[in-house]
Design a protein around this ligand. Sequence first.
Ligand SMILES: *Cc1c(COP(=O)(O)O)cnc(C)c1O
Length: 436
Amino acid sequence: MFNYLEQAWNIDPRLCQLGREVARQIQPTAEELRQLAAINQCRILRAFQEERVGESDFYPSTGYGYNDQGRDKLERIWAKIFGAEAALVRHQIVSGTHSIALCLQGILRPGDEFIAANGPPYDTLASVIGHKQVNPGSLKEFGISYKEVPPLPDNGEPDFEGIRKAINVKTRLVLIQRSRGYSWNPSLSLYQIQQIINVVKQTKQDIVCLVDNCYGEFTDTKEPNAVGADLVAGSLIKNPGGGLAPCGGYIAGKQLLIDLVASRLTAPGIGSEVGASLNLKTHLYQGLFLAPHVVGETLIGAVFTAKLLANIGFSVSPRANEKRHDIIQAIKFNNVAQLLAFCQGIQKASPVDSMINLEPAPMPGYEHKIVMACGSFVQGASIELSADAPIREPYIAYLQGGLTNTHVKVAIMIALQHMLDRGKLQLEKKYFFNEK
Ligand SMILES: *Cc1c(COP(=O)(O)O)cnc(C)c1O
């Protein structure tokens, strides 16, 4: 493959040699990730069989969508795979932010307080919460207060004592984000999530533990419900849609809580019984079926990226040999020009919109200008290879997704070549193996 890269994209032979060597070195880790994907693949196949998925489950429903058995069955399968009592899996949920907002709005009532357990939640939730600026429709407007417990400054790990202290009589919900999001802090392992939940429940038993599971699905053989989370939410155009879901979100958790959230998604008294699935069920079923494999490919691509970029002198997180709990690979560049050249290179390497010249732009829900390389089949789908970077110091690109590990490898090579062409990268002798 690397020989082909030299010819097709004029990649510097030294870069190709580096890529070839790194691909070889990560083989043992890639094999472990294939094993992970295999276990999750079996779990999903088993659930499909136990629920007796048949062709008629894919037939579209229209109008109110009453008695849509395929929709209800997919939700039972989802609940089973996640270790939850019930689930909502709907294309009417427009994004991950919407999934999480529905949980907050469905559970919290005026006078309640909720806590973000490990630093600020994902950027787009700031407007939902409304603690930073006045924002029509925010939780703040409904009299719901909010607190944040930052991670420990020395190691970025959860501050269990701080969480315990933040809880008071008003606390109704604790939000735990599994993924690192746009931050250099590490993602949370299921064990750490379990520890947070234990601290919360020991302090006040009836607090709802909600996990933002975006980017975390199928990076382990369990999901947060299985370690005690009451509600777990995410996006279908990330991991669990397997690259095939064209839109949507999911929420899995305790039946009573899912009913509250469903009342908010549609209307009280209607709940989850309505919602036409149109022609989308095949994509959701098949996407879920493929998701473990796609996540495995993505993770192999991320390990390759971490190893290669670390080899040429960049700080990366996680490092190639660290255990991963989400699909994000953070890379620290030295300046804006370098960051931009890298992201432009990723865009150039996309199967769709490769001809677009990428520039930073403001995005709804985000505070800083963002550069977003995403040449995907499904608009903005970050289970497909994408690189985002808020234009702020330190200059970190967050790379995620990739439907095949080959595409990730090729894209990294093209991005590095683009940096070379723009004079934003020098290949030093010490980077090369076999050279003394
Ligand atoms: C992507 C993401 C979200 C928001 O999802 P959108 O689909 O972009 O609205 C929330 N939290 C985390 C950790 C995410 O990665």
